[in-house]
Design a protein around this ligand. Sequence first.
Ligand SMILES: [Zn+2]
Length: 267
Amino acid sequence: MIGIDKGITRFATLSDGRFIAPLNRFKKHEVRLARYQRAMSRKQKFSKNWIKAKAKITALHSRIGNVRQDFMHKTTTALSKNHAMIVVEDLKVTNMSASAKGTLAEPSRKVAQKSGLNKAVLDQGWGMFDEFLDYKLQWNGGELLEVPPHHTSQTSPACGHVSADNRQTQAKFECVECGYSNNADVVGAINVLNKGRKKLEGQDTVDGSTGCESIAQLVCVSTGGCSATKKPRRAAPVRGRVNDAVMSSATETRRGGKSKPSLTASP
Ligand SMILES: [Zn+2]
């Protein structure tokens, strides 16, 4: 059983510390797409050159779609082969709560909102990722569990203390209560995994969170009032052999726009 945290700098981080790098080729395609669009805007509408420019954009769009789909298939196949049960954040909840949460919005997602087109591309990617993962896990007799995303980047996996102060920077998590320190994305994935376990055990409250919501959330964050209801848990040990071509690349570099997504050990 494993938890996954979705992000921008790392496409997906696993609760065992490994991660899948984002697809670098998207960036190149985005730059090219912007250039093509500028070129088209300079042409006279419906002229021969305009039609040519438009065709180029259409072709690039479909290329981006193919590249994305290929990437999603490779990553989800590898993950579903190595794990029977995978826990992810529920995208529907994330999207709905983005505006309502205001300043409490999780830092990683604020970054996502700023990066415009990249976010749009990744959003579609995440929906596809969950969908592929779901049916591939079911083929193998496994299951995809979805949990609400609240607090996953702010909760200490060691002591359960919830505070925005735990997340000092985008990359680093350090609990102000117990000093537990780890990569912030790994912490997110561990918390997602823990929520999944609680859900399985049937310990979850109505909304699946740890019992503090909306207005109460403000109190929780400032006082750490949630911590009493949480039991510290440890990350799951790595199970199953990591033998797939896509999964085996701990030593492989991930530069230069490779088509193979690689899972890399956390630094
Ligand atoms: Zn702590």
